[in-house]
Design a protein around this ligand. Structure first.
Ligand SMILES: [Zn+2]
Ligand SMILES: [Zn+2]
Length: 373
């Protein structure tokens, strides 16, 4: 992938305003309508760089390591610039001016697929084979659209130019207008015997298997770009790109927040008071969780590095175990006697209400509860 900052010729700390200015200047210089069809790739690079750097969210993701094709979250991310590019091309094909015939070959469409991942796949990364319904080059005609042994013939209406000139009357007087030749759709040639296999499309629909390497750290909505794995274009045109959007299945135990995981572990009152070791089945297999003596309700024990892998770097998030102290609701006679004995020993038969000062967080939590969040 190109360095977008270099493409636009701006420094890495350039303001959005500077980026927009650089983009407008370059886009004017390299627009295919101005600089010719050879500049199409360059123009596309410029548009792609602007698409990412002028959007603060995308720019941040790019700055964090610039994973190729990672457009995190957000509906529609990653598609904008190619649509714009396509529309420029369409304008170039049909627009005025003196141009030669248009090529039948056009770039294929981008495709979007969704895959469901387990939390552990997102945490560690995974290679997945997915089935894609797509268009591939027709092997019978090799994308030429012609029945083997035949070739396109020059259009006799426009003589192969792809366009016809006409004198037209307008409020400016007599003007010469150039329009695409209707007989050959501007191609300059006519296919008289289209390939039977693909009906002269140069491509056929098929189902094929594509391997997606999902990096660790992807999240719900992350799009992975597979360059050139989209549909092959008509008449042997270059393929579009395939975007794979990740959906993460909800895990029965672990909730994900960023790259950290959270779970709740219930600890009996006695174990919380005396301390214990819990065996917890984590994404990395069974781990011991140290519950120190005197652990309070809602205390959090953090297991470092047992969360989800960071997308654009090394290391992983943490696993936070929220302790829920379980108070017994049913006591048999013996247990009740022992607990009463303990209460007596601690002079807690009728404890005084020890009031803690209210803290601001209490109210927002209460409000969330009332609103059912
Ligand atoms: Zn064919
Ligand atoms: Zn023609």
């Amino acid at each position: 992938m190109s360095d977008y900052y270099a493409v636009l010729g701006v420094s890495r700390d350039a303001s959005t305003e500077e980026i927009k200015r650089a983009y407008r200047k370059l886009a004017r210089q390299h627009h295919p309508d101005v600089a010719g069809a050879d500049s199409a790739e360059k123009f596309k690079d410029i548009a792609a760089a602007n698409d990412v750097l002028s959007n603060p969210e995308k720019r941040r993701a790019y700055d964090m390591g610039g994973m190729p094709g990672m457009a995190g979250g957000g509906a529609g991310a990653g598609f904008g610039f190619s649509d714009i590019f396509e529309s420029f091309f369409a304008a170039a094909a049909g627009g005025g001016g003196q141009r030669g015939p248009v090529s039948r070959a056009r770039r294929g469409q981008d495709a979007l697929l969704r895959i469901d991942l387990e939390l552990s796949d997102a945490a560690f990364g995974v290679a997945k084979d997915i089935e894609v319904d797509t268009a591939v080059m027709c092997t019978t005609c090799q994308g030429s659209c012609c029945q083997p042994g035949t070739s396109p013939t020059t259009c006799d209406v426009c003589g192969g130019r792809g366009s016809v000139q006409r004198m037209a009357r307008s409020f400016l007087g007599q003007v010469m207008t150039t329009t695409a030749c209707a007989a050959c759709s501007g191609f300059g040639t006519v296919i008289t015997s289209p390939c039977h296999e693909c009906n002269g499309e140069g491509r056929v629909r098929t189902r094929r298997s594509v391997r997606v390497n999902v990096p660790a750290g992807v999240d719900d909505g992350t799009r992975i770009k597979l360059t050139g794995q989209g549909e092959v274009g008509p008449a042997g045109g270059p393929p579009g790109d395939l975007y794979v959007e990740v959906r993460e299945r909800r895990h029965p135990v672990f909730a994900r927040r960023g790259d950290d995981l959270h779970c709740t572990a219930e600890v009996p009152m006695t174990a919380a008071a005396l301390g214990t070791v819990l065996d917890l089945e984590t994404l990395d297999g069974e781990q011991e969780v140290d519950i120190r003596p005197g652990t309070q309700p809602e205390e959090v024990v953090t297991l470092r590095g047992l969360g989800v892998g960071h997308l654009n770097g090394n290391g992983r998030g943490d696993l936070h175990v929220h302790v829920n102290v379980a108070v017994p609701t049913k006591l048999d006679e013996e247990q009740e006697r022992l607990l009463r004995e303990l209460a007596t020993l601690r002079s807690e038969e009728r404890p005084e209400a020890r009031l803690a000062p209210a803290h601001p967080g209490m109210f927002s939590r209460l409000r969330e509860k009332l609103q059912g969040k």
